[in-house]
Design a protein around this ligand. Sequence first.
Ligand SMILES: Cc1cc2nc3c(=O)[nH]c(=O)nc-3n(C[C@H](O)[C@H](O)[C@H](O)COP(=O)(O)OP(=O)(O)OC[C@H]3O[C@@H](n4cnc5c(N)ncnc54)[C@H](O)[C@@H]3O)c2cc1C
Length: 463
Amino acid sequence: MNVERKKFIKTLAIAIPGMVLIPSFLQSCQKDDLPSVSWKGKIVIIGAGAAGIYAASLLRQYAPNATIQILEASNTFGGRIKALEGFADFNIELGAEEIHGKKSKWYDIVSSTNANLFTASRSETDFVMLDNRLESEDSAKSIDAYVKADDAAGTVVRYSGGEVSCEAYALSQGVGSIGLPYFNALTGNEYGTSASLLSAPGVSAEDNLWTSGTANYNVSNRSYHSILEEKFSEALSLVTYNTQIKNIDYSQSDILLTDQSGNTFTADKVIVCVPLTILKANDITFSPILPTSKQEAIDKIGMGAGMKIILKFSTRFWDENAGSIYGNGPVPEYWYTSKGRGNDHVLTAFVMGDKASALSTEGNNAVNIVLADLDNMYGAGIASGSIVDSHIEDWLKNPFIKGAYSFASEAGIIDLRTQLAQSINKQVYFAGEATHTKGHVATVHGAMETGEFVVSEILNEFV
Ligand SMILES: Cc1cc2nc3c(=O)[nH]c(=O)nc-3n(C[C@H](O)[C@H](O)[C@H](O)COP(=O)(O)OP(=O)(O)OC[C@H]3O[C@@H](n4cnc5c(N)ncnc54)[C@H](O)[C@@H]3O)c2cc1C
């Protein structure tokens, strides 16, 4: 994730019909630097998210004699790629929504379909609650609290000093209580947490490794879930659903996996692609127990609560050119979801970290809290009087995800992710967004890249 992206996005004003974009998925596949092997063993992949599906797809291609099985706890594929259909006159992404940068397999895959990719238009304007007033970006530029918060969010990703939280960094740069919510929205919330929990040297170390490009792309005419289904049909045919792996016994050369009903599976190699929070919760036990360095990484890398609350209104009470609307109450950021996608009037409340933990305890009442926040910003009864429908996607409460996405909790984050990604005995391998060691954490394309790193490691054992 990359704060600079937010600033860069407004320099672009492009609507891109997917079909004209090259390279296509097939062309990009040919660029994989992977050897083909004739190994005939069995690999079980745990988790049918982006990492697991992509790993399976590559293994089918480069180890065609191997037996591949994907075991997935839920009744569907995609993990944190999930669509809300039928709520509005367009599909809404409840997890991953933006494609961060062009230089990735995921961008190539999406653009090789009929997906309409678009970026923010030049006329798009952000709005910010500063104290008791909602200011447009332009008017806020003359307000010291805004300028200081904006500057601090731009410089924290280049911070090179000792351990300090992003919030503490902001305070040291003169950001006060009025600008702090905006700073938190741009940093903590964007990176899946709160600024008080995000490490300034950690986030800076990861941002410096980012190589995917700075523009963000959205899709207007279809869901990412449907794109996975279209482009990975072969890999998806290898998935066994409703199979939550509870134990991995790798004490013998035949690895034994046991699911929630006591069913067992055997494999020569296992690729664990579950969210970090599943490992933190010990939902999967390992025999023998994991090495100390691995457990340390699981404990120390950050991942916590996150949610999207989707709100449909009978009228649009926000500016027609609004992009993001930054609040200073329970919701750090709203965005105008239906813009460029449909005629319904839809906003998304995007809440991460401590604020998400607090809203999560409220259950359905979270919607009333969010509407009261919008009423406070736009005028009494404006939002609460025009709400038509709402949907809460609370990722903390998803039993097979248990959180949003991983974040840089300390300065040594790259070493921790390296420990997390380390394979054990050429038997148990780890992939998934949190294992990315080159800066592309917390993204779909990063998750896919970790699938590729592991497949490369396995294939090279047989060359
Ligand atoms: C609200 C939100 C917004 C986001 N926005 C963006 C964005 O705009 N752009 C972007 O690029 N990324 C975004 N992300 C991050 C992105 O969605 C993830 O980085 C990526 O999808 C993770 O893929 P993964 O394969 O690592 O894990 P997952 O997609 O979480 O897949 C893991 C799978 O493992 C399964 N599983 C769990 N436990 C078990 C078990 N015991 N046995 C078997 N299966 C199990 C789960 O059911 C799941 O299907 C967002 C995420 C969230 C939550």
